[in-house]
Design a protein around this ligand. Structure first.
Ligand SMILES: Nc1ncnc2c1ncn2[C@@H]1O[C@H](COP(=O)(O)OP(=O)(O)O)[C@@H](O)[C@H]1O
Ligand SMILES: [Mg+2]
Length: 334
């Protein structure tokens, strides 16, 4: 049976080789990205957002090993043949990185790169039709004088314009899934907002499924359908974004919201005390326990695994799970 999930992580572990042996970077990631939705991965730098994206595109550095399954439209990308993978990368799924320059060839004209990308989706179209299609998409992503831009090189346009061009380069191939790894971090605030608005518009108009990572949880208000909060290489909370933002069910999510640069109530910013654990350290108990203001004995002894706390929401907080599974006895509140 086909699911309504565009992308799924099932108990995904990723290990990277280092000179001191291999270290575990992703630990048991479980995540479902519903078709046509925008899912935001939020977490501090080093929490594993980029690694999760690279695992989904099978673009992890050489030597990295993956356990578990990453399913794209129900097919496991970790065991897919290289031919099937090429097809998937050309058409189904595209990745947008933080630095737009890394996605562009410096010596090829922008137009030639766009046409190359469009050709993967429309191999039968003549060059003139491909060019017109690319010009049309450039216009849609807000590039002024798109016909002239086709003749430019990457170094001749600004960072904001180039990120739009990178998005256009993905769109001309008509992908079903866009993985955007901190796509606006390198840009100024105004351009940042415009690019986010553009992604939302693409999602709404074309139904493109979008996974977007950010270390700044404040940028996602009004953008995400679902929010996945990552900490120390795993997802610690997941749910509909508005619900997670208004009533977090993990102390780390709460701390992340309190420390976000733009608090909704304009209140004083708090920082999260302490630092995330170093990558590769095995934890007994919850990885957030040392920084958490609500740590109990159980948090030091039990494995903190993401579990459903309501049909739509999941939390890895052992105390939240305890309170859900053991409701107040009747009459206790009296
Ligand atoms: N090629 C690599 N080799 C070893 N460790 C890495 C490599 N890339 C990333 N890491 C480590 O993996 C962890 C997660 O990194 P990353 O996925 O880039 O997090 P994020 O995108 O959330 O900032 C970090 O501790 C980082 O230092
Ligand atoms: Mg990253």
């Amino acid at each position: 049976m086909k699911t309504h999930t565009a992308l799924s992580y099932r108990s995904v572990n990723v290990d990277f080789p280092t000179v001191d042996g291999s270290i575990r970077i992703l630990r048991g990631v479980d995540l479902d990205v519903p078709k046509g939705s925008i899912v935001v991965l939020a977490g501090e730098s080093g929490s594993g957002k980029s690694t999760a994206m690279l695992a989904a595109a099978r673009l992890l550095p050489w030597g990295a090993t993956v356990e578990g399954e990453v399913l794209v439209h129900d097919e496991n990308i970790t065991t897919m043949s290289s031919g099937a993978l090429r097809g998937l990368r050309a058409q189904t799924m595209r990745v947008i990185f933080q630095d737009p320059w890394s996605s562009m060839h410096p010596m090829k004209r922008i137009g030639a790169q766009l046409v190359e990308s469009a050709k993967q989706a429309h191999p039968d179209w003549p060059k003139s039709r491909l060019e017109e299609h690319c010009i049309d998409i450039l216009e849609k992503v807000g590039i002024p004088e798109p016909r002239a831009r086709m003749k430019s090189y990457a170094h001749q346009v600004s960072g904001g314009q180039l990120q739009r061009i990178v998005i256009a380069m993905c769109l001309v191939a008509e992908p079903e899934i866009l993985l955007c790894d901190e796509p606006t971090t390198a840009l100024d605030v105004t351009t940042q907002q415009q690019i986010l608005d553009l992604l939302v518009d693409l999602n709404k108009r074309l139904g493109v499924t979008i996974v977007l990572s950010t270390h700044d949880i404040s940028v996602i208000r009004g953008i995400a359908d679902y929010l996945a909060v990552m900490y120390a290489g795993t997802v610690v909370e997941f749910g509909p974004a508005l619900e997670v933002l208004s009533a977090p069910q993990h102390p780390y999510t709460w701390a992340l919201l309190e420390s976000a640069p733009e608090r909704a109530d304009g209140g004083r910013l708090l920082t999260i005390d302490g630092r995330p654990p170093r990558a590769g350290i095995e934890h007994r108990g919850c990885a957030f326990a040392d920084r958490c203001t609500a740590t109990a004995d159980i948090c030091r002894t039990e494995a903190a695994i993401l579990k459903s706390i309501t049909p739509e929401r999941q939390s890895a907080c052992l105390r939240v799970q305890q309170s859900v599974s053991a409701p107040e006895p009747i009459g206790a509140a009296v």
